[in-house]
Design a protein around this ligand. Structure first.
Ligand code: CP
Length: 342
């Protein structure tokens, strides 16, 4: 059990949201982590806390007034030096729904293009007193690099091949609508380019911590190094891998990160690993197809499946806003608690 924690409840009152706190909980509890760098730093109870908090916030998206005063006066920097649609937008939406002010920095158009280092760029950002910096960077370890040097909280929005913690959390949150809160004993199949995927790494860590059995189906050339030491069952044939699974995550083929020669023929890859409605028929009847996006139709997932009722791909996008609200509001509560204690 995560002891002494505040379970915040969000009650709808006159179309606005009010926070109610469980009176029986210990008011002295402070979230222990300054940063969110990887799911490996979170205990099972902390993961469940964030999923529970996201669930209490999720309802807000269908309300006429999509705003609550949880982060009024707080600044969130969105520092994305690699392309993003879903993650950047959903962190921005999440911050604004919590009443925080956001400002964005991208590599393109910034002084990084003139040769400014990552360290100097982030020290410059810190001089503007942000509370939280959300960072995406092509180098593995970039978020840790910032966390070690800056006083403000850092949230890793994807660093190289290493980790994408809020993607794993939103994948789990999406599956709560299918599985409820008990994930133990379920089987999740992940398909595709695991070698270059931070989503694969974060999903495996998070889902195994929640008691899920993870299968991986990939061509041998796209298996991560040291896969024998991972808690995953490896398949190369998709029809075998998909049999009786409870959910499926298809990964994007990350051609921008691949060395030449890893996949000589994309048509051959698609014929063996593109997830289709026919594959879903071999899984459990309730199984749904997921993908972190962006999807490559006809390569990762068939267009027919992506547009069907067996796809959770756009549910994942909605879940992303709720999970990012849960993460940001948890870090903001920690900042407030530490300031009060000064
Ligand atoms: N899933 C994901 O990280 O998507 P974006 O690259 O669009 O943010």
């Amino acid at each position: 059990m995560l002891t002494g924690i505040f379970y915040e409840k969000y009650a709808v009152i006159h179309d606005t949201f009010k926070i109610e706190r469980e009176p029986s909980m210990d008011a002295s509890f402070v979230w222990p982590h300054k940063d969110l760098l990887d799911v490996t730093q979170l205990s099972r109870e902390e993961i469940e806390y964030l999923l529970e908090k996201a669930a209490s916030l999720h309802e807000m998206h269908s309300r006429p007034i999509k705003k609550m005063p949880v982060m009024t006066g707080k600044n969130v920097v969105l520092f994305f030096s690699e392309n993003s649609t879903r993650t950047r937008t959903s962190f921005d939406v999440a911050s604004k729904r919590l009443s925080a002010d956001t400002f964005s920095l991208t590599a393109s158009g910034s002084s990084m293009e003139k040769g400014e280092s990552l360290k100097d760029t982030t020290l410059t950002l810190q001089a503007m007193s942000p509370d939280i910096i959300v960072v995406r960077h092509p180098s593995s370890g970039a978020a840790q690099f910032l966390a070690d040097r800056l006083h403000c909280s850092i949230v890793n929005a994807g660093d190289g091949w290493h980790a994408h913690p809020t993607q794993a959390l939103l994948d789990a949150f999406t599956l709560r609508s299918l599985w409820g809160t008990d994930f133990a004993g379920k089987t999740l199949l992940i398909i595709g380019d695991a070698a270059h995927s931070r989503v694969f790494r974060s999903d495996v860590h998070l889902f195994t911590k929640l008691g899920v059995h993870v299968r991986l189906c990939s061509p041998r050339s796209l298996l991560p190094a040291g896969i024998d030491n991972w808690p995953v069952e490896v398949f190369t044939d998709l029809k075998d891998a998909v049999r009786d699974v409870d959910a499926i995550v298809s990964l994007r083929l990350q051609q921008e990160r691949m060395k030449a020669g890893l996949l000589p023929d994309l048509r051959e890859y698609a014929s063996r690993y593109c997830l289709t409605l026919d594959h879903l028929k071999l899984a459990k009847p309730s199984a749904m197809a997921m993908h972190p996006g962006p999807i490559l139709r006809g390569l990762d997932v068939s267009a027919e499946l992506a547009d069907s009722c067996k796809s959770f791909i756009f549910n994942q996008v909605a879940s992303g806003v709720s999970i990012r609200m849960a993460v940001l509001s948890t870090l903001a509560a920690r900042i407030d608690a530490l300031r009060k204690g000064e």
